[in-house]
Design a protein around this ligand. Structure first.
Ligand code: PMM
Length: 289
C-alpha cells in the first residue's frame, strides 16, 4: 500500500509546522515529569495547541541519555488515553514510540503519525505496521538505546555518516513496503551525538533536506543548547533545560531557513515568534522582488 503524508499534516503556510511535545514520562530531561498524570498531559497538550502548535507528539518513553526503558504495558498505560483524548478533541497527534504495538494502539486511538526515534530499528515489526497502516512515519537517525547511545557518538564526518545511515533506513523501509512519500526524516539531534556533532548537523541541515523527504528537527532544550559559550570548556555548568527556549527558537529559525518540514519543541510561543519573523522577512522579500 502506498502511503502519503496526510495533507492535514502539511504546512498551510510557508513556515515549518510546529510539533508540540507532550511527554507522559516521569523522567524526561527537558520537562522532568511535569505532565506525567494523564489529565496534566491532556491539559498541557491543549495549552500547546492554543499557543499555536500544529500537531502534538505524545511519548511515554524517556530517551534521555542513560535512561532505562519502561515495559510495553507501562508505555501503553501512559500514552493511549492521552492520545485518544487529544485526538477526540480534534488535535493532530503523533505518537513517539519505538514499539509497534504502542504505535498500532495509538493509531486506533486516533494518532495520525508515528514518530520512531529508532527509525524502525528497535522493533522489526514497526516497518510492516507502517506499511500496512499507510501512515506518515518519522525515521530518526539512531544508533542505540539510551543506555548505550553516548558510546556510539563516534564519527569521522558526522554529516556524511548521518546522511548515509538515513539513506540506509529509507532503503530498509522501502524494502518493507513503506511508501516513499510516507517517510519523514530526522537527523536525531542529541542521539549518539556530542555538542560538536549537533552543531555540524545544524550547519549542514540543508543537505539532509536535499534527500527529498520532509525533515523534522528536534533540538528543543537539548544539552548542546545549554552550553552556548564554546570557549567555556566541557566542565562548565550548563543552563537548566527550561532556560534553553531562546536558543531553541534560534535553531527553529535556522531549521526554517534550511527547508525543514517541522520543528519539535517544548515551548511553542518562542518558536512560533521566531518562525513568524522568518515568514515576515520572506514575505517582505517576495513582495519587493
Ligand atoms: N527527541 C526526543 C524525543 N523524541 N523525536 C524526534 N523525531 N526527534 C527528536 O529529536 C526527539 C524525538 C528527546 O527529547 P524529549 O525528551 O525532550 O522529548
Amino acid at each position: 500500500m502506498t502511503a502519503a503524508v496526510a495533507p492535514a499534516l502539511r504546512s498551510s503556510t510557508s513556515r515549518p509546522l510546529i510539533m508540540g511535545v507532550v511527554n507522559v514520562t516521569p523522567d524526561s530531561f527537558s520537562d522532568g515529569g511535569r505532565w506525567f498524570e494523564p489529565s496534566a498531559a491532556i491539559e498541557h497538550g491543549n495549552l500547546l495547541l492554543e499557543q499555536g502548535a500544529d500537531l502534538l507528539d505524545v511519548g511515554g518513553e524517556s530517551t534521555r541519555p542513560g535512561a532505562g526503558r519502561p515495559s510495553e504495558e507501562e508505555e501503553l498505560a501512559r500514552v493511549i488515553g492521552v492520545v485518544r483524548a487529544l485526538a477526540d478533541q480534534g488535535a493532530q497527534v503523533s505518537v513517539d514510540t519505538m514499539r509497534s504495538r504502542v504505535a498500532a494502539e495509538a493509531l486506533e486511538a486516533g494518532a495520525q503519525l508515528i514518530n520512531d526515534v529508532s527509525g524502525g530499528l528497535a522493533d522489526p515489526q514497526m516497518a510492516p505496521l507502517v506499511a500496512s497502516a499507510g501512515v506518515p512515519f518519522v525515521a530518526m537517525h539512531w544508533r542505540a538505546h539510551s543506555a548505550q547511545m553516548d558510546l556510539e557518538a563516534r564519527y569521522a564526518d558526522v554529516l556524511a555518516e548521518v546522511i548515509a545511515e538515513l539513506e540506509q533506513r529509507v532503503a530498509g523501509l522501502l524494502a518493507a513496503g513503506v511508501g516513499r512519500e510516507a517517510i519523514i526524516l530526522d537527523p536525531g539531534f542529541g542521539f549518539s551525538k556530542d555538542a560538536g556533532h549537533n552543531w555540524a548537523l545544524l550547519a549542514g541541515l540543508e543537505q539532509v533536506v536535499a534527500l527529498g523527504h520532509p525533515v523534522l528537527v528536534g533540538t528543543s532544550r537539548k544539552r548542546f543548547l545549554g552550553r552556548l559559550d564554546l570557549t567555556a570548556g566541557p566542565d562548565a555548568e550548563p543552563t537548566p533545560p527550561t532556560e534553553r527556549d531562546a536558543a531553541t527558537a534560534a535553531t527553529s529559525l535556522l531549521a526554517a531557513q534550511a527547508g525543514a518540514w517541522a520543528v519539535r519543541v517544548h515551548d511553542v510561543p518562542s518558536t512560533r515568534d521566531a518562525l513568524s519573523v522568518w515568514d515576515n522577512v520572506r514575505a517582505a522579500g517576495g513582495a519587493r522582488a
